[in-house]
Design a protein around this ligand. Structure first.
Ligand code: ZN
Length: 133
């Protein structure tokens, strides 16, 4: 399955927890795994606190400070900082599913991370049903 995400800024964290949870529910899978994969070189996926939106904006602020837009990059497309952030944050997450629910901590949410927006992006969602012998 594919989740389409539309970013509105150059860099942005988008909470996709409820979208993914809905896909898990719709699939009917009770126990298993949910694999999320971002097939982009200037975006990423991460899990962190979603209760306070300041956490996501603080992470983004620090990433933007540590990896500045202007430096002596060689990549001709001019978006090296977005590639670097994508590699640091990572392209995938694997989450357990129990009783039809994503197993996330109380404060955890799943964020799509845009580093070179605004763009229309994709998250590949794979649900694996647990097999019992
Ligand atoms: Zn590039």
């Amino acid at each position: 399955m594919i989740l389409t995400v539309k970013s509105k800024s150059r860099t942005q964290f988008i909470d996709i927890t409820s979208d993914i949870q809905k896909m898990v529910r719709t699939s009917g899978i009770s126990e298993g795994l949910c694999m999320l994969y971002v097939p982009h070189t200037t975006a990423a996926i991460t899990i962190n606190e979603s209760a306070d939106p300041s956490v996501a904006s603080d992470i983004l602020m620090v990433l933007n400070e540590v990896i500045p837009w202007k430096a002596e990059y060689h990549h001709l497309e001019g978006n090296s900082p977005a590639h670097i952030k994508s590699t640091l944050v990572g392209a995938s997450e694997l989450i357990a599913v129990e009783n039809g629910n994503l197993v996330l901590g109380t404060w955890q949410g799943i964020f799509f991370c845009e580093f070179d927006g605004p763009r229309t992006r994709k998250v590949n969602v794979r649900l694996i049903k647990e097999q019992f012998d």
